[in-house]
Design a protein around this ligand. Structure first.
Ligand code: ATP
Ligand code: MG
Length: 297
């Protein structure tokens, strides 16, 4: 991988962070299995949304999740201090897939100053008058920062395709434009990581039912979610293509089994922590001659 613009350092191998942070990738936990290698063909059918490796219940992962959160917090501090590289985390999922819960549980331990969450709904009139990448580019993280996209530029090849909001020739061309956009970010020192939180159709039904049944969750329920559910297969096909077309060495997609929320959180946290470690952010050197400095009374 080439040298990132202006950063004076080689961009990390984000396509395989585990190879950078350990000599021998451990046999388990084995999250690289969820990374989509460029050109690997059918992806969603190959990942069981209910999978949890050897873990059986939430209790078994809580300590490790906490350790991963701490790693993310420590590495984020270095990233901020170094101010040369940034990280963009893209979260996509079917409705109820757990984007909000992932943000809450994975990033709970980091300094809010160095991190920004951007959520994308249908474009407002101003956004719609620009090229489709405009609003995403504006929200991309600066060097030193972590940006989290709750929905993202991928909506423009997902909902836009499923709902026929533009012609096929237009959304098809966007795969290439998205790859170039992410390549540009990566060349500027911004590492891009993309997660598809993969739930099953049955699990979505359970989650919608529980939102409906629980008065404290009912505010999250939207009748529109039922309408969208009818397009399940179309959305899955759109995700399949987007992931296949846009999983690249510089900006990989991960398909994360997400029926079990605790396992989903663990996989995402582990991947982000290892990627940040592979980026190897360093505290800047201290000023010269500090040994003799005393603080006046
Ligand atoms: P929650 O999990 O709280 O429901 P959400 O992200 O689903 O959060 P909603 O307001 O329910 O938020 O949904 C946002 C809607 O905006 C989605 O239906 C999404 O498909 C749509 N949207 C996002 N980006 C675009 C876009 N570029 N063009 C058209 N629609 C879009
Ligand atoms: Mg919604």
């Amino acid at each position: 991988m080439g040298r990132a613009d202006n950063t004076g350092r080689d961009a990390p191998s984000t396509g395989a962070p585990e190879k950078t942070v350990v000599d021998q990738p451990p046999p388990e936990p084995d999250y690289p299995r969820y990374r989509v290698e460029p050109g690997s063909g059918t992806v969603l059918a190959g990942v069981d949304p209910g999978q949890t490796e050897h873990y059986r219940k939430k209790k078994e992962v809580l300590k490790e999740l906490e350790a991963q959160r701490r790693r993310i917090g420590d590495l984020q501090e270095r990233l901020y201090a170094e101010n040369e590289q940034g990280l963009l985390v893209v979260l996509q999922a079917m409705d109820t897939g757990g984007k909000d819960g992932t943000i809450k549980h994975v990033f709970g331990g980091i300094n809010p100053q160095g991190c920004r969450v951007s959520s994308f709904k249908a474009p407002n009139p101003e956004e719609a008058n620009h090229d489709f990448l405009w609003r995403y580019h504006k929200s991309a993280p600066a060097r030193g920062r972590i940006g989290i996209f709750n929905r993202s530029h991928y909506e423009d090849v997902l909902v836009v395709r499923v709902k026929g909001l533009v012609e096929e020739s237009v959304w098809r061309e966007r795969y290439g434009l998205i790859n170039e956009f992410e390549r540009n970010l990566s060349r500027s020192g911004i590492t891009v990581l993309k997660f598809f939180l993969h739930i099953s159709r049955d699990e979505q039904k359970r989650r919608l039912e529980s939102r409906l049944a629980d008065p404290d969750k009912r505010w999250k329920f939207s009748k529109n979610d039922i309408k969208e559910r009818a397009f399940w297969d179309d959305y899955q096909a759109a995700f399949e293509d987007a992931i296949n077309e846009c999983s690249t060495g510089h900006a990989p997609w991960y398909v994360v089994p997400a029926n079990k929320k605790w396992y989903r959180n663990l996989v995402v946290a582990r991947t982000i922590a290892d990627t940040l470690e592979a980026m190897d952010p360093r505290f800047p050197p201290a000023e010269q001659g500090l040994e003799n400095v005393t603080i006046p009374d």
